[in-house]
Write a new protein. Structure first.
Length: 834
């Protein structure tokens, strides 16, 4: 049912002009229709036979007074609800719509029926009772949720699909219930009930046709995003979805009620019709009443009294409600009525929507948006003065930090009762902790608004704390792209790369394309993380004794036993020793399963050092890391003796592909590789840098997959070799040798959701199910193969002289257009265009 309404809503919203024109044309036709006979006036009074003046009936007055009071109360309630939904636009749209539809369209229908509404005085109160402003407002809110023109129809369709079934059932029930009024026997009530039924049905038709179309048009004409900011659509979206899901029990009751009422109607109408076929609306309209007994003095008094009481009651009610609405209603009922949890959810919704709308060109700047979010939806509690320090401490110690305001928490931090870096734990809400830390930081910054563009919401800090970061103030969104498919050992991979260097992914992608047919072959040569503590002995004799002791097979076995006991996966492979005077550097090498392994190996090494110290009590442990490891620093040892995964990859590219995809020749590439990657790097005294840009690819994949980014230093060690291939030597053979890729698929940043999603893309997330270490090894091979792709493409760009042109296009688009337009040619006197 809901889907049906949804489809219908989409049709109305996506063809607004057609629907509006059709409805207006029909209405105009109805209004101007030639009347075949003189219209019969509906009057809310009836003609008195005896006195020739408006007939007065006490029962009518009482009933009508009650209806008027109810109508006023109901309208009051409606306005309060609208205030809760909260916006002048919504109120305006809904109000206009209701007035328009209720009066204009109902009048049009009355015109077709050739009925003239002479006295709308009482009908007005019925209108008030029939109007449901909130439904119109809610549909408007759905429309306002749309962040781009494309979304308008979908949002309205969603609104119609949610509201449609409820409104349809409500209309049926309303018509039937009001229809009971036509059987009441109270003359004025009967006439108005007929009128009201008609109005309800007309309202329904307009709500389902004209209104969605109008909304759609308004949104399109009014530029979606402008509405968005003002309407806080995110808030309403969440509310709507929560509140509009129809309660099945209520729906069932309504259905049963409708059937019952239908039975009542059929029964009474059948009996009325069979009794007197003249009865009906027209009969009621022309009914005359003999009221001669009312001409008595008592009757006259009653009439005067009842009329004035009628007015007095309504007046008092109106004044009371106005005073209450203006002076005593809460100014921020939205907050009052929604649980803090819901507000938080709503805010998350806003952030999600913000991400969606940030793609829209029309949307306000990020700074403006963030200001809006900060100002409107900050978790700031009431701006009451903070409680006293002892009171706050009492609450804090009672473990009820959620009761404390941000300012009170800051007071506890300032007075050293809470360490600032422990905020998340103290408030037991990581996001709130981060938010408070930002506040403290902002107070200490020269430019307080510096943090506005640094996001912090909607991040799973539970995975960060105690694992990836301290003193957290948010997160940095880094764009991530994909290169590929890359064929590695006959399997296709799509490579996630997080980078801000335009052109890098385009280049790697071109490399992947160049090796698409032949693919890359990869082999893992060795796997072993290293840690090398520095220890000191009293003399070189003692130091060399230690070297001899460690080299002994049995002693190594004993050390390995200690080391291996510290982890299920870290397994000591070998120990190399490096002596320097009385200093000894002991390099532990261990496999660490699927983890990069620095924590694991450090733990095992520490255990071994303690075992060693038992044999050499004079040994002084200077540091667990003596830089011979070598971690996160350029060094020859990793290049020569490997660290982490040592991988080698090769591929062959045909001369045709070199020409068509890489726009160069094999000869030019080989020539460049020798001059640049070999000779050039040798002249520079490079260690492990015999490549064009391995670090680019390594770092982008490292960031995407949650590796320790600082380990790009050794991990990017690479020698790229290019050779001629094939019979004529016109095809290209390329290999990359990377001896120290420090990488893992478990531990560190790999556990964060976005990063593990990237690992998932490559099919290597987490620990390998059967062979510990297999995932990390595979990831290392993928990295090396991606480096091959990157190397080929950049070398080709350099060989063909395309580097600057391509970077201005992809890396500097803001000025690239003009630069490219000028062709980057050198001026006639030798100067280059800017
Ligand atoms: C962890 C600490 C700081 C503890 O240090 P601690 O002295 O035990 O901590 P404390 O509780 O006594 O607090 C002292 C101060 O530390 C700060 N502090 C204390 N805890 C926190 C926290 N949670 N968040 C933020 N700040 C903290 C804070 O400023 C605090 O002062 P307070 O504000 O309380 O007056 C210390 O043991 C330490 O610095 N460890 C070294 C860890 C490190 O540097 N890791 C880097 C990675 S290792 C690596 O990647 C490279 C490597 C090692 O392989 C390179 C190589 O080969 O050498
Ligand atoms: N301490 C240091 O000196 C340095 C630390 N780092 C940081 O260390 C972190 C990485 O350390 P790392 O040791 O890799 O990771 P972890 O510290 O997260 O250790 C890996 C954990 O995963 C468990 N595990 C489960 N399944 C497997 C599996 N299949 N293979 C391997 N381990 C498995 C290990 O079990 P078990 O407990 O049985 O071993 C271990 O507890 C990063 O955050 C990095 O930045 C970086 C450089 C230096």
């Amino acid at each position: 049912m809901s889907r049906l309404f949804g489809m219908y809503g989409r049709v109305c919203a996506s063809r607004p002009w057609e629907v509006i024109v059709a409805v207006i044309t029909l209405t105009a036709c109805f209004l101007t229709m030639e009347k075949s006979q003189k219209p019969v006036p509906i009057t809310t009074t009836s003609t008195c036979l005896g006195c020739k003046e408006d007939h007065f009936h006490a029962a009518d007055v009482v009933v009508m007074t009650i209806i008027r009071c109810l109508a006023i109360l109901y309208s009051y309630h409606q306005f309060r609800n609208l205030q809760n939904l909260g916006s002048k636009y919504i109120l305006g749209i809904a109000g206009l719509f209701v007035v328009f539809s209720s009066f204009v369209f109902t009048s049009a229908v009355l015109n077709i029926l050739q009925i003239e509404l002479v006295d709308l005085k009482d009908a007005l109160f019925f209108f008030l009772l029939l109007i449901d402003l909130s439904k119109a407002a809610k549909l408007a809110q759905f429309a306002l949720i749309s962040s781009s023109e494309d979304e308008i129809a979908s949002c309205i369709a969603k609104g119609v699909s949610i509201l449609g079934p409820t409104i349809t059932l409500d209309t049926v029930v309303e018509t039937l219930v009001i229809g009971v009024g036509t059987l009441s026997g109270v003359h004025r009530l009967e006439i108005l009930s007929y009128f009201a039924c008609l109005s309800v049905i007309v309202n329904y038709i307009i709500f389902m046709t004209f209104y969605p179309a109008c909304l759609s048009l308004m949104m399109e004409l009014g530029k979606v995003s402008n509405f968005y900011g003002e309407e806080k659509a995110g808030v309403t979206k969440m509310l709507l979805e929560e509140t509009e899901k129809s309660n099945p029990a209520v729906q069932r009751v309504k259905l049963i009620m409708s059937i019952g009422l239908m039975a009542v109607h059929i029964h009474s109408r059948w009996s009325v019709t069979s009794g007197n076929p003249q009865d009906g609306l027209n009969k009621n309209q022309t009914e005359t009443v003999d009221c001669r007994e009312d001409t008595s003095f008592y009757g006259y008094l009653m009439k005067q009294f009842a009329l004035s009481a009628d007015h007095i009651v309504i007046l008092i009610l109106l004044i009371t409600l106005m005073i209450k609405f203006i002076f005593f209603e809460s100014k921020d009922p939205l907050r009052e009525h929604i649980e803090p949890e819901t507000i938080r959810d709503i805010k998350r919704g806003i952030q999600r929507q913000k991400r969606t709308i940030s793609s829209s060109v029309e949307v306000q700047t990020d700074v403006e948006y963030n200001r809006f979010i900060e100002a409107e939806y900050s978790d700031e509690q009431v701006s009451d003065a903070p409680r006293s320090l002892p009171d706050c401490l009492k609450i804090y110690r009672a473990d009820e930090t959620s009761e404390l305001t941000d300012d009170e928490i800051i007071m506890l931090i300032d007075t050293k009762h809470i360490p600032a870096y422990n905020l998340e734990k103290a408030v037991k809400n990581p996001e709130r902790g981060v938010k408070i830390r930002r506040k403290i930081l902002e107070n200490n910054l020269k430019k307080r608004e510096s943090l506005i563009n640094l996001p912090y919401r909607n991040y799973d800090y539970s995975k960060v704390l105690g694992a990836c970061c301290e003193n957290v103030i948010g997160y940095i969104p880094v764009p991530i792209g994909v290169a590929g498919p890359l064929l590695v050992d006959d399997k296709k991979y799509y490579i996630p790369m997080a980078t801000t260097e335009g052109c890098l992914i385009a280049s790697t992608n071109r490399g992947c394309r160049a090796i698409e047919k032949s693919g890359v072959k990869s082999r893992l040569i060795s796997d072993g993380m290293t840690r090398a503590p520095v220890v000191r002995f009293p003399s070189i004799v003692k130091a060399s004794d230690a070297v001899t002791w460690i080299k002994d097979t049995d002693n190594f076995a004993a050390l390995k036993l200690s080391f291996d006991s510290t982890s299920r996966f870290a397994k000591l492979q070998k120990i190399t020793t490096h002596i320097a005077g009385r200093y000894l550097f002991i390099r532990f090498v261990a496999e660490t399963g699927d983890a990069m392994g620095m924590n694991m190996i450090s733990k095992g090494t520490e255990c071994c050092l303690h075992a060693l110290q038992r044999h050499f009590p004079e040994m002084e442990i200077l540091s667990l890391s003596g830089n011979v490891c070598t971690d996160k620093k350029p060094s020859a040892i990793n290049w020569l003796q490997n660290r982490g995964k040592s991988v080698v990859c090769e591929c062959i590219i045909s001369s045709e592909v070199v020409a068509s995809v890489l726009k160069t020749t094999t000869k030019a590439l080989i020539d460049l590789n020798i001059s640049k990657n070999m000779v050039g790097s040798a002249i520079a005294g490079s260690i492990g840098g015999f490549n064009a840009h391995a670090a680019n690819i390594v770092t982008a994949i490292f960031i995407a997959t949650g590796q320790d980014a600082a380990q790009n230093i050794s991990s990017s060690n690479c020698m790229t070799i290019m050779e001629p291939w094939g019979q004529n030597g016109e095809d290209l053979y390329v290999s990359c040798t990377m001896p120290s890729i420090e990488i893992g698929t478990i531990g560190g940043g790999t556990i964060l959701p976005a990063q593990s999603a990237c690992l998932d893309m490559l099919g290597v997330r987490g620990p390998h199910e059967d062979i510990p270490g297999a995932n990390a090894k595979q990831l290392a091979r993928i990295v090396c193969a991606s480096v091959v792709a990157g190397e080929i493409s950049l070398m080709a760009a350099l060989a063909s002289g395309h580097l600057v042109k391509s970077h201005l296009k992809y890396n500097r688009s803001y000025s690239g257009k003009s630069a490219l337009g000028l062709g980057l040619s050198c001026g006639s006197v030798g100067s280059c265009d800017r």
